[in-house]
Ligand binder design. Structure first.
Ligand code: OXD
Ligand code: MN
Length: 586
């Protein structure tokens, strides 16, 4: 029975039923009883495997098809009326043409299947940040994962009333045909259509599709920002908590930074880190003129490989109950394993494809982009502000990438506009989170290259414009944990020790420490980053924050080439910033 009388919702759903022709329609109400029924149903169909209740209570295992294990950027489209509004970094097709093409693919795709209708909210229902969505899907995995990642429930219909202000999402696994896989956004119609995939990043429509691509478009219209950023609070020994939001490309350690455990010398003094979010931040100017952030999600969709008791105990703890694991190793006793969890790969286990796996044959047991979907409430360092509808005030915005040489450990922009420039020139080595080559350096402005729902040039201008609306602007920084020595080893220890860098960042925000000027911005002075208890000498640190003018001249040339793609859409201010950089390098 329909759970709403909203005519706009009902009409839209009727249209999708007529198109996809399911055998049965189930309205999801978000109740535990209904979800439990679906888990049972998923076990019958094989979509879900129950894990060992003693080891991993309430946890399930799911495999996606071997050809369907990552986001597909080449099949992801922004379909707005004018091509130039999608810009040079997005795939575009005329919306009518795309709708016609998709109609053929969706026609009858749910015959013999059940359609699930999921009402969900990004951010807290009724809060000033909240935006609502309805996802239609034929996948139980999607329903169960959306119930972890977002706030699913009938209160969404109450909040909507008879309004049509919701994001329409239609997902079908269809035949999982990679040739007919499309992840399509119609920002001008608040619509997302995803077909022929079952991989989380392509099908949990609240996440990348809504909370970044559609939301970035809405933020541009409505004067707020949707960013690919973690949010964390740093509590100092005086008990004061200062917040930052940080953008890193996919699989570059956002979850690790967001859940950082301070090194022993900091812990002893009373430092703590609180996680507000690990992937997405929605940012608005508050009545006090500061920038306020919420994490619109309700769970973590983290990369499993490399997550361990050592690298990220908080993330691991988050996965110990009521979580879903995808494409990891499944052990005989109903446990999970992945590369980097520990040094004891299990015997007689199944690999991510479901095949018997022999760890000694050199093959990977878990897919490099295998994931966990874990409820945020499980996280031991979850911020007490996580459910605060007002969000948290942001003192610093941090950009970062994976760069072996160019970027120093940390530098601060000279001002907001220069900070926008710093974000716009971000580049990083690619990772397994998206299909395609791994380890290739590509420009990934603000870590939003695959997620910006409109022309990136307009997006940069929006950043510049937002700077004018924020009376008390956060300071903007860039970090790089990944500089390597001549043998390719990381020089900076990373993980918990990154707090040493965050401490300097916060001190800069509150005028508590000086800095040295370089052609690219301000870097720490020797002695201003606390090296107590680590094996990094002041000389090594000096090297880590050094700026090699010759390397940067090459970088400036690459930026110029990248900027050229944007033609008239490149904000003048950013062209000026590039000129300033070039001057300073001479
Ligand atoms: C993610 C991604 O899943 O960025 O967060 O790919
Ligand atoms: Mn991400």
């Amino acid at each position: 029975m329909a759970l709403t009388k909203n005519k706009i919702v009902l009409d839209w759903i009727d249209e999708q039923i007529a198109l996809t022709k399911p055998d049965k329609v189930v309205w999801i109400d978000g109740s535990e009883e209904q979800l439990e029924e679906l888990r049972k149903e998923g076990m019958k169909t094989g979509e879900m495997i129950k894990l060992n209740e003693e080891i991993l209570p309430g946890c399930y295992y799911h495999r996606s098809a071997p050809n369907d294990v990552a986001r597909v950027e080449d099949r992801t489209f922004i379909c707005c009326k004018k091509k130039e509004d999608a810009g040079p970094t997005n795939n575009w097709m005329d919306p009518d043409e795309m709708r016609a093409l998709l109609k053929g693919i969706y026609d009858g795709c749910m015959k013999g299947r059940t359609m699930y209708i999921i009402p969900y909210s990004m951010s807290i229902v009724g809060s000033p940040f909240a935006k609502y969505g309805i996802e239609i899907t034929d996948s139980i995995y999607v329903v169960l994962s959306m119930a972890i990642m977002t706030r699913v429930g009938t209160d969404v219909y109450d909040a909507l009333g008879d309004s049509g202000d919701f994001i329409r999402g239609l997902h079908s696994k269809a035949e999982l045909d990679a040739e007919k896989r499309y992840i399509v956004h119609f920002p001008e119609d608040n619509t997302i259509m995803s077909v022929n995939s079952g991989y989380g990043g392509n099908v949990l429509l609240g996440k990348k599709c809504f909370a970044l691509r559609i939301a970035s478009y809405l933020g541009h219209q409505e004067k707020w920002m949707a960013e690919h950023m973690l949010i964390l609070g740093i509590e100092n020994p005086q008990g004061e908590i200062r917040y930052l939001a940080a953008a890193f490309p996919s699989a570059c350690g956002k979850t690790n930074l967001a859940m950082l455990i301070p090194p022993a010398v900091y812990r002893e003094k009373g430092w703590k880190v609180w996680c507000v979010g690990d992937d997405i931040a929605w940012l608005r100017v508050g009545p006090d003129g500061r920038l306020w952030a919420v994490n619109p999600e309700n769970g973590f969709f983290g990369v499993a490989p490399g997550t361990s008791e050592k690298s990220n105990p908080n993330a691991l703890a988050s996965t110990r109950k009521n979580s879903i694991f995808t494409n990891v190793v499944l052990t005989k006793d109903g446990n999970v394993w992945w590369e980097g969890l520990d040094k004891n790969p299990p015997k007689d286990a199944l690999n991510w494809k479901g095949e018997p796996w022999d760890p000694s044959d050199g093959s990977k047991g878990a897919h490099p982009n295998s994931r966990f979907t874990a409820p945020a409430v499980n996280c031991p360092c979850l911020s007490p502000e996580f459910n605060n509808p007002k969000g948290v005030p942001i003192s610093a915005l941090v950009f970062g990438g994976r760069r072996a040489k160019t970027a120093p450990l940390v530098y601060q922009s000279r001002d907001w506009d220069h900070g926008v420039f710093v974000g716009s020139i971000m580049a990083s080595e690619t990772t397994a989170a998206a299909a395609g080559a791994v380890g290739v350096v590509r420009h990934d402005p603000m870590a939003m290259l695959p997620f910006c729902g409109y022309n990136m040039g307009d997006y940069w201008q929006h950043w510049l414009d937002m700077g004018k609306l924020i009376k008390k602007q956060p300071k903007i920084f860039n970090v790089n944990w990944f500089r390597t020595d001549d043998e390719g080893n990381f020089i900076w220890p990373g993980f918990g020790d990154n707090l040493r860098v965050l401490e300097w960042i916060m001190k800069r925000c509150y005028d508590e420490v000086d800095a040295a000027e370089t052609p690219i911005g301000y870097v720490p002075k020797p002695g201003d980053i606390n090296l107590e208890g680590i094996d990094v000498t002041p000389e090594v640190l000096a090297d880590l924050v050094s700026v090699d003018k010759e390397i940067w001249k090459g970088e400036a040339a690459r930026i110029e080439e990248f900027y050229a793609k944007f033609g008239d859409k490149l904000p003048k201010k950013l062209a000026e910033e590039l000129d300033i950089l070039k001057e300073k390098l001479n």
